[in-house]
Design a protein around this ligand. Structure first.
Ligand code: ZN
Length: 191
């Protein structure tokens, strides 16, 4: 997720050794992988997930963004990384097999963006508070709850694991407008 508009410049140094490897490219909509329902991570995926999350953090910090889901880098696994800490203060969280266990009846509207929809922003209405359950990188079962930006970010990233983008919460008219604008931007960039 990338909720800031316009994009905020960051000069955060990337200290992760994985970052010295080639950055994973982030897929841009419409891409078939972004529409997939991702499969849960199992014990056999341990090594692959460890490698993947290091590279996902590197790609997310480089973008910069505050959340990134595995399908956005072409991997259809239920893994997402988030870091909502402001400035260069790092507070990374790895969410393996995350699921929403409680969502408030109260709704909140918040402007969202997405690294797979570069420079596109729209108001999205979602439950104002959520509680999620997930595994951390060590396989320990954890819970996280939040409101505001954290609630929106958690829902946005978990949506990605089910092939849902923030524009899927908008009217067809607004969604198509954003997709058309994005296609036009990308075409202009290629020229
Ligand atoms: Zn996103």
């Amino acid at each position: 997720m990338n909720p800031q508009s316009p994009a905020v410049e960051t000069t955060a140094p990337v200290n992760d050794p994985a970052a010295t490897a080639t950055l994973l490219p982030i897929l841009v909509a419409p891409h078939a992988t972004l529409k997939l329902r991702c499969r849960p991570v199992g014990p056999a995926d341990d090594a692959a997930v460890r490698d993947l999350v290091g590279r996902m953090f590197a790609a997310m910090y480089d973008a910069p963004g505050i959340g990134l889901a595995a399908p956005q880098v072409g991997i259809a696994l239920r893994v997402a990384v988030i870091d909502l800490a402001p400035d260069d203060k790092r507070q990374p969280h790895v969410l393996v097999n995350p699921e929403i266990v409680v969502a408030s009846k109260e709704l909140a509207t918040r402007e969202e963006g997405c690294l797979s929809l570069p420079n596109m922003y729209a108001d999205v209405i979602r439950p104002a508070q959520v509680k999620i359950r997930y595994l951390d990188l060590q396989g320990v079962r954890r819970e996280m709850q939040g409101d505001g930006l954290l609630a929106a970010c958690l829902q946005h990233e978990i949506d990605h694991l089910d092939g849902v983008l923030f524009i899927d919460h908008l009217s067809a008219l607004k969604r198509n407008m954003i997709l058309r604008k994005l296609a036009k931007d990308l075409k202009a960039k290629v020229r």
